[in-house]
Write a new protein. Structure first.
Length: 411
């Protein structure tokens, strides 16, 4: 139930009295202030802003689980139909967050017919059916037990009932586009084409949980819910054998259904109709090296400024020159025969040669954890190991191949 706690309590259906598997998962003294983010490095192409995490809703709208060295270009914009409906509404936008039992308009909210919503209604009907059956069997203890456990769920739901709250732009001044670039740990890049309003709502600002009741009332409701739960458990142990079996089967069935719901995609629980997402399939690429993937992201974004913000390239003279060449190639309209992989190989070899290192054939090895570039092995004899061997020594702080000036010594 912990995986369902936030999408389950974001709908008004959480107030329905019903039996709920493991209700103690929602009996917590504190509530999260935001949804769990995902680690990623995000940089603004024009704004120069950097964020080191991906908001929960942004990750659901377009996931970042891409294969290594992949590049994707996505366009995200507001749904014009919803914006038009909002303009036609007579009430000002500032009044929307004051509504208590309805999700504020113009924000992301839970789906009305999500798997969890269907389970909530079904479990409520199941609870009503169990009470009717207990009355038919003249089992008053079972009636009280089921009523108490159902009321406990409503109390817990009210204490955790919340609405998603996005942070929009309040000033409508002219600003540059809000295009963003996301770099993943797998060396993949996602270029987001969007306005500053969309970028702030989904990526650069934080998502907040706006709870219906305050912290003091929440703690009081948690105490009441805990007391009701203990009373219900004691009463269920004194029901007739038939009702105990019926309750046991009901809990087993609901546990299985909630487990199945946990296996479904998380975005099925949320309504993202506020946004329209289009992936530019013509710019969907899968490269063999990190350098080629980086160049595709630079070409799609139209700038190299974000590369330093995201630490997407090593800090060295060779890579700085490579970025300058990439920007010059962009300014020229990407015309001509400029190979990004050949360029970085040439510059790294030149930088290493200037440092007095004799280089041998190139070998594909990762560079500073980014992968995809090529290292050159030295052939200088090493007195500590006898004859020269073609072994890459790795890269130093300046991006060139490291050399040992003498024999190896082990302390």
């Amino acid at each position: 139930m912990s995986a369902h706690s936030q999408p389950l309590t974001a709908s008004i259906l959480c107030l329905l009295p019903r039996i709920l598997p493991a209700p103690q998962a929602l009996l917590k003294p504190s509530r999260p202030s935001r949804l769990p983010p995902t680690h990623a490095i995000i940089a603004g192409v024009h704004s120069g802003i950097r964020v080191d995490e991906l908001n929960h809703f942004a990750g659901l709208i377009f996931g970042i689980a891409l294969p290594k060295f992949a590049t994707r270009v996505v366009k995200i914009r507001h749904n014009p139909k919803l914006q038009e409906d909002q303009r036609k509404n007579q009430r000002p936008v500032e009044e929307y967050p004051d509504r208590v039992f309805r999700t504020p308009k113009g924000v992301i909210h839970s789906r009305s017919f999500s798997p969890l919503a269907c389970l909530t209604v079904a479990s409520s009907l199941l609870s009503a059916g169990l009470i009717v059956w207990a009355c038919f069997l003249h089992d008053g203890v079972a009636c009280v037990a089921i009523a108490l456990i159902s009321l406990t769920t409503s109390v817990i739901g009210l204490s955790n009932f919340w609405h998603p709250s996005l942070i929009p732009r309040k000033q409508r001044t002219l600003v540059p586009p809000g295009d963003l670039v996301i770099r993943t740990r797998q060396g993949a890049f996602i270029v987001i084409k969007c306005t500053e309003e969309v970028a702030r709502e989904l990526y650069t600002s934080t998502e907040e949980c706006k709870y219906v009741v305050g912290d003091s009332i929440h703690r009081g409701l948690v105490g009441v819910g805990t007391f009701l739960l203990m009373c219900a458990v004691v009463l269920m142990g004194n029901c007739t054998w038939v009702m105990q079996a019926a309750l046991g089967v009901s809990y087993i069935l609901l546990n299985g259904l909630y487990q199945v719901a946990a296996l479904l995609p998380t975005h099925w629980h949320w309504n993202f109709s506020r946004y329209i997402v289009d992936e530019v399939l013509s710019e969907r690429t899968q490269q063999n090296t990190y350098t080629q993937a980086l160049w595709q992201a630079i070409k799609a974004s139209g700038s190299t400024e974000w590369v330093r913000l995201t630490n997407a390239a090593p800090v060295s003279g060779a890579w700085s020159t490579w970025l300058e060449e990439a920007q010059d190639h962009l300014n020229a309209g990407c015309t001509g025969n400029w190979d990004p992989q050949e360029a970085v190989n040439r510059l790294l070899k030149l930088e290493a040669t200037e440092d007095g290192i004799v280089l041998g054939p190139a070998r594909d090895v990762p560079i500073s954890g980014f992968g995809g570039a090529r290292a050159y092995s030295d052939y200088t004899p090493n007195p500590g190991f006898g004859p020269a061997q073609n072994v890459p020594r790795g890269f130093g702080p300046n991006g060139a191949v490291e050399m040992s000036d003498g024999p190896f010594h082990y302390n």
